[in-house]
Write a protein that binds this ligand. Sequence first.
Ligand code: GLC
Length: 564
Amino acid sequence: MKSSKNRAGTDKNIWWKDGVFYQIYPRSFCDTTGDGVGDLNGITKHLDYLNDGTENSLGIDAIWLSPINPSPMFDFGYDVSNYIDIDPLFGTMADFKNLLKEAHKRGIKIVLDFVPNHTSHLHEWFVQSRSSKDNPKRDWFIWEDRGNAKGGRPNNWQSVFGGPAWEWDEKTEQFYYHHFLKEQPDLNWRNKEVRETMYDQMRFWLDIGVDGFRLDVINHIYKDNQLKSNPYTIGRRPYDMQKHIYDKDLPECINVAKDMRKVVDSYGVEGSGAERMLVGEVYIKNPAEAAKYYGDGKDGLNLAFYFDFSYKSFKAAAFRDAVSTWEGILPVGAWPTYFLSNHDQPRHIGRYSKGGNGEIDMRARVAATMLLTLKGTPFLYYGEELGMRNLHIKKCDLKDPVGIRYWPIPIGRDMARTPMQWDDTDGAGFTASKTPWLPINPNRSRLNVKAETKDEDSLLSFYRKLIWKRKETPELTSGAIEILPNIPKGIFAYRRVVGDQSCLIILNFEKGSKSFLPELPEDSKDAVFRVLFSTHKDEGKNIEFKSPLTIQPYEATILKLEAV
Ligand code: GLC
C-alpha cells in the first residue's frame, strides 16, 4: 500500500476542507436587469439551485465569485479601480449584502476574488501615482527611468498578455511596470503602506462577513529588487521565451501569503467555527514550489490551486502521478485542493473530448467522480455540471483582450466564459437581452438546467447525486487517501479511509473494459463491499474480491466497505 507523510485526513469538520466550491463568473451567471451581463441579484436568484438543503439542488457549500469590484473592465474585473465597493454593472453594496445573507441562510459560504498584484490604471492610487514624481503615492507602483534594454526599457520583462511589460509615461517621463495589460499597473509590495492598505481592504470585506478570498496571481506580487533581466529560453510567445526568475515566484510572495493568513485568522482560527480562508492562484508548474505557499501547513494559504494536476491529459497514470506527487510534497497538515476548469482555460470537457457526445459525456463523469472523491477540496466551474462546452467565438464577437491579441491562436478565454444555460430559450434563461455580452452556446437546447433537472440520466443529475453522496459519506470528504498499486493501465483506484471505515474508488479512463483484483490491505481483503455509486454497477449490490472484478469502459464506481 502506498504511503506518504500526508496520508492523514482531517479530524474536524472544517467547511473549506469538506465542502464543494463552485466558481461563478458573475458576468455570465444570470442577468436580472436585461443589459446582457450577469449580476449579483442573478446569483441570489439561483442560490436554491446551488443548495436549498435538499438533494433536489446541486449541493455545493461555497461560492468563489470572480471580481465584482468597480472596474473599467479591460480585463473583466481583474483590473480593480476600487477594492472596497461593488461595480454598478453587478449591482449595489446592498445587493451584495443581501446575497451574502441569503447564501449564509442556506449554509453557503462566499469567497471573493482579491487582486493584489495590480490595480486598474484608473484606480485613484495610480491616478495620483502618475500625476507627479513627488506624489506621496508615486512609490506605490513600480516606476523606472530609461534603461539599457530594447526601446530604452529598464529590462527585458514581458507582459504575459503580450508586448513589453514597461509602459512609457509621457507626463513624468518614466516607465511603469505591468505584468498584465498596460491598464493593470503592478503595485509595489515592497512599500509598507501598500501592504498595510491592502490588508485593510481585505478587512473591509471580512468585517462585512465574507468567508475568505481567492488570491489572484499571489506568486507575482514581488519582483526582483534590482529589476534584473530574465534569462532566455525556448518558447512560442516572447513571454514564454524567458525563464521568469526575476519577475515572479520570489520567496517574498510567500511571506505576504503568511501575513494574509494572519489577517483572516484574526477573524476565527481553524476549528472555531468562524474560520475564514484563503485559496491562492499559485500558477507555478513545479509542484514543490507551489506547495511552499502552504507555509508549514498551518501558517500559509489554507489552499493553493494545483495547476499541474488541472493540465493533465485524460490519462489515469497522469492523474495518479500528479496526486501522489502533491500528497508527497505538501507539508504535514496542509489540505490539497483540485480543480479541472476555471475562467482562464478551456473547459475540461472540451480538453478531454474525443469520440462522439456519448464518449465525451462518459469521460466527464469519470473526471467528476475523481474530482469529487479525491482527498482535497473540489472546485467546480459554473456550468461544468451541465456539460457546458467551449464555444468557438467569431473574431468580431471576442471580448477577452488575450483572445483578441493572439487571434487566431486559440488561447483566448471567452470560449469558457459563455452565459450559463438555464433553459432552452433564446436567452437561455440567462438574459432577456438580444445581445448577451458573449454569445450563448446553441447547444443550450440540449444542455440546460431545466432539461437536465428532468432527466435522471443527465450530467446534472449525476453531479447532484454524487455531491450528496459525498456529503453523507465522511470517508469521501475527510478521509485519508491511499492510492492502489499494481493496477491495470487506464485505471486510477484509491481508498479513502476514516478509522475502520473506507471507500474504494475505481475509475477507468479508457474505452476498453478491464479486469483486476485490487491489492487491498489485510483487514479488507475478505471484506464485502457495497456499491455506493456507479456509472455501470447496480447501486446497493454487494461485491467481494474473490475473483477479478470487471470494470466497464469509462466506468466510475465507489464501493463502500460493508463488513469484514
Ligand atoms: C489571473 C486571473 C485572470 C486575470 C489575471 C490578471 O490569472 O485568473 O483572469 O486575467 O490574473 O489579473
